[in-house]
Design a binder for this molecule. Structure first.
Ligand SMILES: NC(=O)c1ccc[n+]([C@@H]2O[C@H](COP(=O)([O-])OP(=O)(O)OC[C@H]3O[C@@H](n4cnc5c(N)ncnc54)[C@H](OP(=O)(O)O)[C@@H]3O)[C@@H](O)[C@H]2O)c1
Length: 337
């Protein structure tokens, strides 16, 4: 660790002895913290900077080493990476080599034909921009954020391979790819000696699209590729946030992505039933929902996106949760239907 004298943060001495789990990512040499802190919605230009700083510092103090970003996280686009860059300069520069930092390109970012999807032009220019905003000379993992049906897959994948060869990224990965394209990507990247480190996909008690037989998780696990799970709390539905209405300031209140129509009577009944099971287990619904994802075979890390320090505290309690008994697993199945 470099000197910390010029920084206004000093990481907790006991950060690696506090119970955080580190899990091997597929068959790679890399371990990830069981929880990753995600920067999608709560670290942008309109978010409170002091809260963002406190959340990132708490995360690191409690053993979270993985930080997940993308070019367009904010709002506005790019601003979450700018927040991260400021935090590097204020607090984290001495700890850079203890951190695993990811970014992505693939969704709408800037105007014109080169600011979206999967061309080599877009991916490599975007990575340059991300590094500038994040005040880094490399990221640890660069993801293609989504599959582009109109760009030859080889072109997108070769851009990832070349980002690694150029030293701009240490590893490369993919996100939101259909299973067949994901398998192709794994084979292509392996043949170029830049193996796909991991797949990032949506996974929660409410969204099991990747988790079944023949799905992405199984395919990645069989190929030695890790899996990082995003929106493990279904953007807050799998917490106590909406048990008694839609609180002001919540993600659903703001209506960005998580819209009110998602809180149907059926979903609310499922949340209530799950909450009761969690209480019986002696944990919060959030901690139970996160641990349920963490216990799926092949999942490396779950990415949480907290809006306040107390939520991060609650989410950290998910690590090392007790296994689910057969009765609990059945009750969960009944609750989610
Ligand atoms: N690859 C992709 O395409 C993709 C897509 C989406 C996300 N991601 C990544 O995954 C990360 C996580 O996604 P996400 O933000 O949707 O995750 P999430 O953990 O499912 O939802 C986060 C939201 O849940 C609420 N919450 C969290 N902990 C809570 C607690 N203990 N009690 C009550 N409420 C709690 C907060 O809502 P309030 O804001 O209402 O407080 C928070 O903003 C993102 O930051 C990003 O890094 C990747």
């Amino acid at each position: 660790m470099a000197g910390t004298d010029n920084f206004d943060y000093r990481a907790a001495e006991g950060r690696y002895g506090g119970g955080m789990e580190y899990r091997r990512c597929g068959r790679s040499g890399l371990k990830m913290s069981a929880l990753t802190l995600g920067f999608w919605q709560n670290f942008g230009g309109i978010a409170d900077f002091a809260t963002a700083k406190a959340m990132m510092e708490l995360a690191f103090d409690r053993g979270i080493t993985c930080f997940d970003l993308a070019n367009n996280y904010g709002p506005p686009y790019g601003s979450a990476e700018e927040t991260f860059g400021k935090l590097m300069d204020l607090s984290f520069r001495p700890y850079r080599d203890e951190m695993f930092v990811t970014t992505k390109a693939g969704y709408d970012m800037w105007a014109g034909p080169y600011g979206n999807w999967g061309s080599r032009k877009y991916l490599l220019s975007s990575l340059e921009q991300s590094l500038r905003r994040m005040r880094l000379d490399h990221v640890d993992l660069f993801y293609s954020h989504r599959f582009d049906p109109d760009t030859p897959l080889e072109e997108t994948l070769q851009a990832l391979v070349d980002a690694v060869r150029q030293g701009k990224a240490v590893y490369a990965g993919i996100s939101n790819y259909p299973v067949e394209a994901a398998k192709f990507a794994v084979g292509y990247m392996k043949s170029r000696d830049v193996p796909c480190l991991c797949y990032q996909g949506r996974a929660s008690l409410f969204d099991r699209r990747h988790l079944g037989a023949g799905g992405v998780l199984e395919a990645m696990d069989a190929n030695g590729v890790g899996f990082t799970a995003f929106s493990p709390l279904a953007e807050g539905l799998l917490t106590d946030r909406y048990l008694n209405g839609v609180p002001e300031g919540s993600r659903m209140y703001r209506g960005h992505h998580l819209t009110r129509d998602k809180l149907t009577p059926k979903t609310l009944a499922a949340i209530r039933a799950l909450d009761a099971i969690a209480r019986e287990r002696g944990q919060t619904l959030a901690a139970m929902a996160l641990s349920w994802v963490l216990k799926r075979k092949g999942v490396t890390s779950v990415i949480v996106g907290t809006s306040r320090v107390s939520q991060l505290e609650a989410d950290l309690a998910a690590v090392n949760s007790p296994d689910f008994t057969a009765e609990e697993a059945e009750a969960i199945e009944r609750a989610i239907g």
